[in-house]
Design a protein around this ligand. Structure first.
Ligand SMILES: C[S@@+](CC[C@H](N)C(=O)[O-])C[C@H]1O[C@@H](n2cnc3c(N)ncnc32)[C@H](O)[C@@H]1O
Length: 241
């Protein structure tokens, strides 16, 4: 898949597919390359772009509320997620976190309890070209914990209300030095996750509010965007031994 970009317009197409808009008709060549400029039959130009993480966030079909790219950046920063890491993720939802991790060549096993959501997530993984590294499994991750305990994960990433229940099993799931991360939109959820992590014997348990302020630069001066504080949620991070 490639993106056809012109100003603030973006269209996702596969090679050979057609784009029809008020700017004319354009057929994407089979051998299309990023950086190419393609013209519609009316002579209107689009630039070809290879989709990256933030583009996938915009273009994935959405089911469960996707994690924001900035929060994923924090997950990677706090845990050092890297190529070759084995990640247990739940719930898959739209699959944005899973796809980002797949794109850095982590091996991701991700559980989604809603079978229709899981099907959409598999299509999203195909779009992100990470179906080889991201294994979307249908089911409640809590039902699989005994079986998963025989596998050694470097990371546990949880974005579910019942995350504290899973965190209690983190010592059985994680390799020594591995991290558990819980994303929660509410204080109550993150506090429960932190308490579960401490009770399970995890160390270095911290919770962080993830606020981002976009700056506005104009002729009057420079200041943070006044449209909101940019709260998305809380990240609780903990480590096994
Ligand atoms: C907020 S979404 C996850 C979004 C995801 N992190 C992303 O970046 O796209 C939460 C998803 O978890 C699923 N879920 C909740 N509890 C679950 C469980 N115990 N096992 C598997 N999936 C679960 C829900 O159906 C929902 O789709």
């Amino acid at each position: 898949m490639i993106l056809l970009v012109r100003g603030d317009r973006e269209y996702l197409r596969a090679p050979g597919e057609e784009l029809q808009t008020d700017l004319g008709v354009l057929t994407v060549p089979e051998d299309v390359e990023p950086g190419q400029r393609l013209e519609t039959h009316l002579g209107e130009e689009f630039v070809v772009r290879e989709p990256r993480g933030p583009d996938l966030f915009e273009h994935f079909e959405r089911t469960g509320a996707p994690m924001m790219p900035r929060d994923i950046g924090l997950v990677v920063g706090f845990t050092g997620a890297a190529a070759g890491d084995r990640v247990l993720d739940a719930g898959t939802g739209t699959g944005v976190l899973a796809a980002y991790l797949g794109r850095i060549d982590a091996e991701v096993v991700t559980y989604e309890q809603d079978s229709a959501f899981a099907e959409v997530a598999r299509e999203n993984m195909h779009l992100a070209e990470v179906e080889d590294t991201v294994d979307v499994r249908t089911g409640d991750v809590r039902d699989e914990l005994d079986e998963l305990a025989s596998e050694a994960f470097d990371l546990l990433t949880l974005d579910t209300e019942d995350a504290p229940e899973v965190v209690r099993h983190a010592p059985d799931l994680l390799v020594s030095g591995g991290f558990a991360v819980v994303y929660s939109p509410f204080v109550e959820g993150s506090r429960a996750a932190a308490e579960a992590a401490r009770e399970a014997g995890l160390t270095d348990v911290t919770t962080h509010e993830t606020i981002q302020r976009e700056m506005q630069f104009d002729e009057r001066g420079s200041r943070p965007d006044t449209r909101g504080v940019g709260h998305t949620g809380f990240l609780t991070v903990a480590r096994w031994e």
